[in-house]
Ligand binder design. Structure first.
Ligand code: NDP
Length: 310
C-alpha cells in the first residue's frame, strides 16, 4: 500500500496509526521522526508541519490535512506541484462543531452572560426569556460544518440566516450569497456565528465597518479563524458595548497573548481553539478510502481547490 508520514503537535500518533491500519493493514504509518528517506513517502497526514516539510518528498501522491480548515496548508511555499490535497470531512467532527455552536448561541440567546455577572454580585436579576423565533442568528459560511450548525440552530426554533459564496438552498434557512449581501445579513443579526473558510478573499472580511453593521448589543461567535476578523476593532466594539458579548474560539495569534485585553473582558468567553476536532475512529475510514482512490487514479472525496483556498 505504501508509506504515510504523520505530523501533528495536537493529535496522538499511536491512535491515528491504529485507526488507519484497521482499514489498511499493509499501510506503513510513520511518525515524521521515523522517516529516513523522504523520497519513500507516498502519503502525508499533517496538521501544521514546519516549513520545508514536503521539500524532499518527491514521490508523494496525496496530502491529507488533519482538520477541516486548510488555510495554513495552502499558503505554504514547499507544496509539491500538482499533488492533490484533501481535508478531513467527518460527520462526527460536524456534530461536535454543531454542538459547540448550539451551546454558544443558546448561551447568548438565553442571556447567560448577564446571569453569570448578576450571580457574581449576588443579584436575583430576573429577565423574561425572549421567544427563540424572535432571535435572528446569522451563520457566515454554510460549508460542511456551517450548514450542519445552521440546521441545528433552526431545529431549536431560532430564526436562521445563512451566508456563503455560492447561493445555498437549505430548508428553513434564509440563504444569502456574495459580498454585496453581507451588510444586509449583518444588519439583521442578533447573533452572528463565523464559520467561513479563511482564504485571501475572506481574510479581514469582518473589519470595523462591517462589525458596525451589526445591531447594537449583538453577540459575536467565532469558531472559524481569527484572521477573518479585525480583532482590535472587535475588542474596541466589545468595550463600547456595540457588540454586547462574544464567544471566541479562534484568534489572530494563538495562543492568545497573555496581555491581550480580551482575556479580562467580562462579556467575552474564550476557549482555546477546540470547538471541534478530528476523531480518528470515524475519520480514518474516509482517509483510507482516499488513499486507495489515489493509488487507483480515481476521483477523491473532500479534495480542496488550492486556487480558491478551501
Ligand atoms: P467548508 O470549506 O466546507 O466551507 C467553507 C464555507 O465558507 C463555505 O460555505 C464557503 O462558501 C464559504 N466561503 C468561502 N469563501 C467565501 C467567500 N469569499 N465569501 C463567502 N463565503 C465564502 O468549511 P467547513 O464548514 O468544513 O469549516 C469552516 C471552517 O471552520 C474551516 O475552514 C476552519 O477554519 C474552521 N474550523 C474550526 C475548528 C475549531 O475547532 N474552531 C474546527 C474545524 C474547522 P460556499 O458554500 O459558497 O463554497
Amino acid at each position: 500500500m505504501g508509506a504515510l508520514v504523520f505530523f501533528s503537535d495536537f493529535d496522538d500518533f499511536g491512535t491515528w496509526k491504529q485507526a488507519l491500519q484497521s482499514h489498511l493493514p499493509t499501510l506503513r504509518v510513520l511518525h515524521w521522526k521515523e522517516v529516513d528517506d523522504p523520497k519513500s513517502i507516498d502519503f502525508a497526514l499533517v496538521w501544521k508541519p514546519p516549513e520545508g516539510f514536503f521539500r524532499e518528498m518527491t514521490q508523494i501522491k496525496l496530502i491529507v490535512n488533519l482538520g477541516a480548515g486548510v488555510d495554513t496548508l495552502v499558503s505554504r511555499t514547499d507544496l509539491p506541484e500538482g499533488v492533490p490535497i484533501t481535508r478531513i470531512s467527518d460527520p462526527q467532527m460536524a456534530r461536535m462543531m454543531a454542538g459547540f455552536v448550539l451551546f454558544a448561541t443558546l448561551r447568548h440567546a438565553r442571556e447567560i452572560p448577564f446571569f453569570e455577572q448578576a450571580q457574581r454580585s449576588g443579584q436575583w436579576a430576573y429577565r423574561h426569556p425572549r421567544n427563540l423565533e424572535d432571535i435572528r442568528v446569522a451563520v457566515l459560511g454554510l460549508g460542511e460544518l456551517g450548514s450542519r450548525a445552521a440546521n441545528e440552530l433552526q431545529r431549536q426554533g431560532l430564526t436562521v440566516l445563512g451566508w456563503s459564496r455560492n447561493l445555498r438552498k437549505i430548508e428553513g434557512i434564509q440563504c444569502y450569497a456574495g459580498i454585496e449581501t453581507l451588510d444586509t445579513v449583518l444588519s439583521q443579526a442578533d447573533i452572528v456565528v463565523v464559520m467561513l473558510a479563511l482564504t485571501p478573499k475572506t481574510r479581514g472580511l469582518l473589519n470595523r465597518e462591517r462589525l458596525l453593521r451589526l445591531p447594537q448589543g449583538a453577540a459575536f461567535i467565532n469558531v472559524a479563524r481569527g484572521a477573518l476578523v479585525d480583532q482590535a476593532a472587535l475588542t474596541e466594539l466589545l468595550d463600547s458595548g456595540h457588540i454586547g458579548s462574544a464567544t471566541l474560539d479562534a484568534f489572530e495569534h494563538e495562543p492568545l497573548p497573555k496581555d491581550d485585553p480580551l482575556w479580562r473582558m467580562p462579556n467575552v468567553l474564550i476557549t482555546p481553539h477546540l470547538a471541534s476536532v478530528a476523531i480518528p475512529a470515524s475519520a480514518a475510514r474516509q482517509i483510507a478510502e482516499n488513499l486507495v482512490r489515489v493509488a487507483n487514479g480515481e476521483t477523491l472525496a473532500s479534495q480542496i481547490d488550492p486556487a480558491l483556498g478551501y
